[in-house]
Design a protein around this ligand. Structure first.
Ligand code: DPP
Ligand code: ZN
Length: 848
């Protein structure tokens, strides 16, 4: 498979003025009739062949202006030679047959539990009909659906319907990846919304009968998203109806198809008894994310797939802003940084590292990554920090004004900021073109009232990018007096050189610096700091992110010494954490995050970066000892803490109540290590919501108990797919390292292990790779199991198989034996007889 390169981009030979489609739905043989109005692209003089993408289509007939097409399709499409085309505009018509019932890849038109559904991003539309399936070809679509199913949906507004058919018209020109169609026996949870200019919009969340009572939180999130986008970005919705459909079989989280968002049902359906607080938070964020795409993605789309971060980075940034406004901004920031480090820093550190805007790919589906999404959002956060909030708002207004209706590039995006602010962003642009996480080294000195911070940035090499240039790094800094008062409030230093110093004058004594406040840039801060200084910042920093970070760094230092030197956790860390745990002046959610110990994968990464070869079993054992020590230290306070945090009254999914539950469960986890599980068993039985039910069960599983509760849980929830996903995942996530493989083997023979369902597959096989010590067990059983299942899934669903193969991306951290076993598994994958392009590219890159 040959790579596609950004440098090879060519504008389309023809533009599309309108598309009209008819779908005659039948599970095994759906007919798709298309009528596409083309005209030569005026930007390209001369006459050109027209290449139409098409894969797996049975061509029944095709014509240009009524004259039959004589060319025949190849494996990836159909070429209409220039000589066979009229000089001006013309109409291409085609009839093709497709087989949605046989579509297990869940890309294009497929079936899920008797319902028809589409997923066209990135290149699924070519599995529906012949078309220039590229985002820079935009057109209005008219769609007629013929089927006996009661609900027939497509993009835009419904214009007519009758028994067995419906017609939809989407007036907004869109690329084919935003096309969607749904047909099924569905019911709607409906509401209305009046936009800022007074237009009424019908809102519907379509689900299977029986699920309509579970849509309330998603609908509420949608309405809050619509309001927020009007208030904060001045963006109004632009159709008469906004439809969301929940589907059980879906490769990703959700999809922003114009006017018809399609969601993985786990990000729509929620009741307090079935969904955890984390589920509620994710539903809110993803509903917002897809809705926000209506402007950042749909109205302004991407010229080509290399520009994916143009819509994804910006839309993640917007959904993060939204969640911060709805919840605690400090807690949201900490959670986002935890995710960034766990996924993106890890990716940047291994063979899959790539720039936020990649320069080549083999399969674009492999680039829906933490780097494009999460680092893409960080880059926008930095831009906003550098230009300031007011200039950011002006730039965004200009962006929408200038590029509405266009397929744009990162260059367009940065030019908007340059024009709005007068800044030169050529150095800043390196954040888009160079992979890797910069290291920021800091040293400081104090003399005669002058405090100097000296920074050095090191930009390590990544695959294919041996040499890097210095980045623009916004470093938010505050200074504290030794008595804990802030003497210099947060100031953003703009670093542009490899080494750079910044001075602060007029200080009475040597200050304590709080550096990279709010995690102002996605870099690794390297600074030799004493435990005392970390404890001081944990107690006194006014920046909540750095306050948490100080505790985190302290915990990681302690854990690292426990792993490498067999040390015991010292009183410094235990005392500092104990103070935070019972400090009622602090937000419970913040306290819960502070009590969360560093993850084992994170520790393996940290130890490897510090020059050690991480031993997963030792890391696991040390982390266990750390939890025991904390439980022992806090034991006298835990009971009272748990009782004080009990939530009287009905369940509320709001952040305040969720934070109290999080702290309560953190305390319960510690108590369980002391009381043998008595309190957790009682909490499990008393739970009236899924957060506490699953939280108490996890506490028990952590100490090797909970078998009886697992049985009760299974009996109670065996008919609920989403809840059963949790049941599968929990047992594997909390299995002891030498039990993980056996637990996976047992659960994969469970009758409810429907491995073709991506959620269920992820809940078992994804949980395997998320159990660090279990997956990296010295026997190699974890590696073997993962490879077995990837090889099995790949021929059916290459996208999900490829996504889950990234468990092997950390290979280089480990010892020679483990590396050899991982290599052997990657080789076995690469030798699989029907290896997909998706998994082939991933395994190939990880094998290098
Ligand atoms: N464009 C989709 C999203 O990120 C892909 N899953 O929202
Ligand atoms: Zn998105």
């Amino acid at each position: 498979d040959t790579p596609i390169r950004l440098a090879d981009y060519r504008p389309p030979s023809h533009l599309v003025d309108s598309v009209s489609l008819v779908f005659r739905l039948a599970p095994g043989e759906t007919r798709v009739l298309s009528e596409i109005r083309f005209r030569p692209n005026p930007a390209l003089p001369g006459r050109h062949d027209l290449r139409l993408d098409g894969e797996g289509l049975k061509l029944v007939s095709a014509a240009v202006d009524g004259a039959p097409v004589t060319a025949s399709p190849d494996a990836t499409g159909l070429t209409l030679p220039a000589g066979s085309l009229p000089g001006g505009a013309f109409t291409f018509t085609a009839e093709v047959e497709i087989d949605p019932a046989a579509n297990t890849a869940l890309e294009g038109l497929y079936m899920s539990n008797g319902m028809y559904c589409t997923q066209c991003e990135a290149e699924g539309f070519r599995k529906i009909t012949f078309y220039p399936d590229r985002p820079d070809v935009m057109a209005p679509f008219r769609v007629r659906i013929e089927s006996d199913l009661p609900v027939l949906l497509s993009n835009g507004n419904e214009v007519a319907s009758g028994p067995g058919w419906a017609e939809w018209h989407d007036p907004w020109p869109k690329p084919s990846y935003l096309f969607a169609l749904v047909a099924g026996d569905l019911v709607a949870h409906s509401a209305g919304y009046t936009t800022m200019s007074g237009r009424d919009v019908a809102l519907n969340i379509w689900v299977r009968p029986g699920d309509e009572a579970r849509c309330g939180y998603a609908m509420d999130s949608l309405i809050r998203s619509m309001t927020w986008d009007e208030e904060v970005y001045g963006r109004e919705y632009d159709l008469d109806v906004f439809n969301i459909v929940a589907v059980d079989d879906f490769n990703m989280g959700a999809m922003e198809n114009k006017g018809l968002n399609i969601f993985n049902s786990k990000y729509v359906l929620a009741l307090p008894e079935t969904a955890t607080d984390d589920d509620f938070a994710r539903i809110e964020a993803i509903i917002a994310h897809e809705y926000f795409h209506n402007w950042t993605g749909n109205r302004v789309t991407c010229r080509d797939w290399f520009q994916l971060c143009l819509k994804e980075g910006l839309t993640v940034f917007r959904d993060q802003q939204f969640s911060s406004d709805m919840r605690s901004a400090a807690v949201k920031r900490i959670e986002d940084v935890l995710t960034l480090r766990a996924r993106q820093f890890r990716e940047d550190d291994g063979p899959l590292a790539h720039p936020v805007r990649p320069e080549d790919y083999i399969e674009i589906n492999n680039f829906y990554t933490a780097t494009v999404y999460e680092k893409g959002a960080e880059v926008i956060g930095m831009l906003k920090r550098l230009v300031g909030d007011e200039a950011y708002d002006r730039a965004l207004d200009l962006y929408f004004q200038r590029h509405d209706g266009q397929a744009a590039t990162i260059e367009d995006w940065l030019t908007v900021f340059e024009d709005a602010t007068g800044r030169d962003l050529s150095q800043f642009k390196l954040w888009y073109s160079e992979a890797g996480t910069p290291r920021l080294k800091v040293s400081d000195r104090f003399e005669a009232g002058r405090y100097t911070l000296e920074f050095e940035q090191v930009n390590p090499p990544t695959p294919d990018q041996p040499v890097k240039r210095p980045k623009v790094i916004p470093i938010a800094v505050g200074l504290l007096n030794p008595n804990g008062d802030e003497v210099v409030p947060t100031t953003v230093l703009e670093m542009t050189e490899p080494r750079q110093s910044f001075t602060f004058d007029g200080l009475a004594s040597r200050p304590v610096p709080s550096i990279l406040r709010g995690f102002s840039a996605p870099v690794v801060l390297e600074r030799e700091t004493s435990p005392e200084e970390r404890a001081f910042l944990l107690a006194h920093d006014t920046d909540p992110f750095n306050k948490w970070e100080a505790g985190r760094a302290l915990a990681k230092d302690v854990l690292a010494r426990m792993v490498t030197e067999g040390a015991q956790p010292g009183p410094d860390w235990l005392d500092a954490l104990a103070r935070v745990a019972v400090d009622d002046a602090l937000d419970p959610a913040f306290r819960a995050l502070s009590l969360r110990l560093p993850g084992e994968d994170d520790m393996a990464h940290t130890l490897h970066s510090a020059g050690h070869v991480p031993d997963p079993a030792r890391i696991h054992a040390a982390r266990e000892r750390m939890a025991e020590a904390l439980a022992q230290r806090l034991e006298p306070q835990l009971g009272a803490l748990i009782d004080a945090l009990a939530e009287p009254g009905p369940f509320s999914p709001e952040a305040r109540a969720a934070g109290r539950r999080a702290l309560r469960l953190a305390a319960l986890g510690l108590v369980t290590r002391r009381d043998g599980g008595a309190r957790a068993e009682a909490a499990f039985r008393a739970a009236n919501n899924m957060t506490e039910e699953v939280g108490a069960l996890a506490c028990l599983l952590e100490i090797g108990r909970g078998q009886e509760e697992l049985g009760l849980f299974e009996t109670r929830w065996s008919r609920d797919r989403l809840v059963m996903d949790k049941w599968f995942a929990l047992q594997i996530l909390h299995a002891a390292p030498d039990q993980t493989g056996a637990t996976v083997e047992r659960l994969t023979t469970h009758p409810a292990f429907e491995w073709k369902n991506p959620n269920r597959f992820r809940s078992v096989i994804g949980a395997l790779s998320a159990n660090h010590a279990g997956f990296h067990h010295a026997s190699g059983a974890g590696y073997r199991l993962l490879a077995d299942w990837l090889i099995r899934l790949d021929p059916l669903n290459p996208q999900t198989a490829a996504r889950m193969s990234t468990a092997f991306e950390t290979r280089a951290r480990y010892d020679a034996d483990r590396q050899a076993m991982m290599v052997a598994e990657l080789d076995r994958i690469l030798a699989a007889p029907s290896l997909s392009r998706d998994l082939g590219e991933m395994a190939g890159r990880m094998r290098r």
